[in-house]
Ligand binder design. Structure first.
Ligand SMILES: [Zn+2]
Length: 379
């Protein structure tokens, strides 16, 4: 695979190579893509550890150790799985990596194979500085799109391979804007139970759909907590509902899922408790996903250094910003020793999960330079 890499266009070639693997999740299959990367990174001098977390599901840990152990290494993280293509037809091949008008098209181009290619190429270019300095760690995950399954498996099963990290860069799409945090997510499954009866004699049953509708009515304007100065208001959305088997029976079961997005000033166990009280005892709640928000202090010295490196790439002065979507950092940070964390990637935030997803080629090239500067600054 490496033979067809033109050295001038290494990052384009590597992004395209990653786009060619179908890593759509669900169903999720990172096996060939991770095997390719393991091989590629080994040739670049990385120590590589592949971790399987399911049938054809993989994470990959890669590191170059430095000669200055007194400072913990810089780490990059990215996920290799992508969301499905959607129902609309693509104008460009979703796995071809076509470049048209300065845009590199493909599923996962923005979210986030381009970023992964960019930090791998930056590491190769800085390899001797890395080895003479503090080292670098790459945490490449699968299963992110379905709720950080890969990252969870990584901290559960590969803990002994995870070194303490000095700072973490998450390559999610920000158009090379440094982002200091993101909201947390609390996903709850709510169930109501009733009593079935013939649809012509509803007075003999208890309608579980009515119970669900009443509960949803009670939480429609529920406030998960006070607004956060940076992350603003927490949100709640009922995303799915189902129940009942046929039109002429009283349904004895209904289920709806609630998606709450939170900020660091809010505790998930408290929100869940208040929501339970608000809905009443006809509803049973199960937690599906519980990911904390993350926020790095914008005055942190390293964060200020990252901002200084990013500033020339943007017209307006940079300000501390957060994004609404969650990332693997929610799961990883604690285990990595809670280092400062920046979300920074060449992808277009608005292109994530879209038809005809693309990454701008100039931003991709900028990211290689930018990541290289951050590696050398750390060094
Ligand atoms: Zn992503």
């Amino acid at each position: 695979m490496q033979a067809d890499v033109n050295p001038d266009d290494e990052v384009i070639a590597l992004t395209r190579a990653l786009l060619r693997f179908d890593t759509i999740n669900p169903p999720g299959d990172e096996s060939l893509c991770m095997a390719f990367l393991a091989d590629y990174l080994q040739q670049q001098g990385f120590n590589v550890h592949l971790q399987q977390f399911g049938d054809r599901r993989f994470n990959l840990l890669a590191r170059i150790d430095g000669r200055r152990p007194e400072r913990a290494p810089l780490a990059f993280t990215g996920h290799l799985d992508t969301v499905p293509l959607g129902n609309a037809e693509w104008r460009f091949g979703a796995f071809d990596g076509e470049i048209v008008d300065g845009r590199l098209y493909g599923r996962g181009a923005s979210d986030m194979k381009a970023a992964i290619a960019a930090f791998i190429v930056a590491c190769r270019q800085q390899r001797s500085a890395i080895a003479a300095g503090c080292g670098v760690v790459l945490l490449l995950t699968g299963g992110e799109e379905t709720g950080c399954d890969g990252a969870r498996a990584l901290i559960a099963e590969a803990r002994e391979h995870l070194p303490k990290i000095g700072a973490l860069i998450v390559g999610e799409p920000t158009a090379n804007y440094p982002v200091v945090g993101h909201k947390g997510a609390l996903w709850l499954r709510c169930e109501t139970r009733g009593k079935t009866a013939h649809g012509a004699m509803p007075e003999l049953g208890i309608n579980a759909i009515y119970l669900a509708a009443e509960a949803i009515g009670k939480i429609r304007h529920f406030e998960p907590g006070a607004p956060h100065p940076l992350m603003k208001r927490p949100t709640l959305n009922v995303g799915t509902i189902d129940g009942g088997l046929n039109i002429n029976s009283v349904p004895d079961r209904s289920r709806f899922d609630v998606d709450i997005r939170t900020a660091p000033n809010l505790r998930h166990d408290e929100i869940r408790q208040r929501l339970t009280t608000a809905m009443g005892d006809t509803v049973t709640i199960t937690t599906l996903v519980d990911l904390p928000s993350i926020l790095t202090e914008p005055r942190n010295a390293w964060v200020r250094q990252v901002f200084a490196r990013c500033a020339p790439l943007h017209d307006a002065p940079l300000e501390p910003r957060v994004v609404p979507y969650f990332t693997d950092a929610s799961v990883l940070l604690d285990t990595l020793g809670s280092p400062p964390c920046i979300i920074l990637g060449p992808g277009e935030p608005a292109m994530a999960h879209q038809t005809d997803e693309y990454c701008a080629v100039d931003k991709l090239r900028q990211a290689v330079v930018l990541y290289g500067q951050l590696i050398s600054d750390w060094g």
